[in-house]
Ligand binder design. Sequence first.
Ligand code: MN
Length: 459
Amino acid sequence: MRSACCIVVVCAAVATVAAAQARPAAAAGPIGAWTPVPELPGMGRPVDTASVAARRRALAARIGRGVILVPAAHERDIEREVIQDNDFRQSNTFFYLTELETQDAWLIVAPGGETILFLPPRNPGQERWTGMRLGPDSTAARLSGIARVLPTDSLDSVLENLALRPGAGPLYVPLDPTTRDEPRLKELAFAGRDVRNLRPIVDSLRLVKDADEVARMRKAIDISAAGHVAAMQAARPGMWEYELEAVLEAAFRRNGADRVGYPSIVGSGPNTTTLHYDVNRRQTRDGDLVVIDAGAEWGQYTADVTRTFPINGRFTARQKAIYDLVLATQQAAFDSTRPGTTIARLNRVARDYIRTHSGTLCGGGGGGGGGDQTCDAYFIHGLSHWLGMEVHDVGDYSSPLRPGMVLTIEPGIYLPQEALGVRIEDDVLVTATGAEWLSAKAPKTTAEIERLMSRPSRP
Ligand SMILES: [Mn+2]
């Protein structure tokens, strides 16, 4: 399941580039453009067959003895299920092991990594409604890179032969909200089989992204940066928050985003201090700051980027003082990001930085002159979370960083008495020697933001 938000609330929780991003999509082409595979449902994207095979082998090696059984997500009934938000999205576990956006499929990975894909038979009458589906045939074998593809009605007999014979070892299935109502899994569990949860094992593999995953994330993040740039350029005092949201999400879609990774947060003035404000109904006023916390999803992976900017294009001295403190805090945390450290340690680095560099910027009566307290008491959420197929991605939060992990770094200071909140959030890839900013294409210094906003584009 995806989180509906983008900050971990618990405390455990470039101008030239910008100009390029701001060009009309037609000039450079959409960022998320790809070559569709007409034979896949929804003209899906090509499967990186080598990457998914490597993930399945890694999973089988981790498990040793035992058989893995994973269901795909099901078609949703648009008459009865979540009718305002009814597009099909594959289950992350199934996607991780197949990269197929195919409904009602099943996957078996047997000891040694032998893989069998089960697909429902095609139904031409139904495809008039749903569009083409992948069927159990040689096309599916070619596109998935899985040689053995069988119809779903043979799943039970194959499973009986393979997994349920004596000595076969446990049966690993994902036990999570997406499979809670899966009758087959219930039957296996209630039949007294040795059924174990696959999720913790897959989730630990998902912590370190492979090259294909990083490429997908870069695309989602570049699309998101283009959206933030578009929103900044469109901003005018008097605009409604939802107008900014529309500009932002139009740029996401124009650049090929599949959907938003989570509901976009567009908070102005007092709403900048509400962490998960996503109502987006207030009219902005001259002098407001705006916090936009929004990420596009592309190829099943999501970005999570926050920018704070003045609706009129100019930071006040007070806004700039708070902003620059948040920005420097983020840089301090980034400078400490390298293999071996932990999110908890980065959190401490950020808090120490705010405490020792904020003087008496916060507290007091507010109103523009600063106060009598350091600002760390106003940094009320966690610094970082993992990022991937989920905005708060899976995996153990105490894991020391390793190359290939992707996390957010998102300090913020929120002063409700001044209607002044600043959050800056970037997505960061851990490298062999340190870290790489993935979301640097969204302008971030006050000078960069003011420069961008002084060259507005009329949408
Ligand atoms: Mn976040």
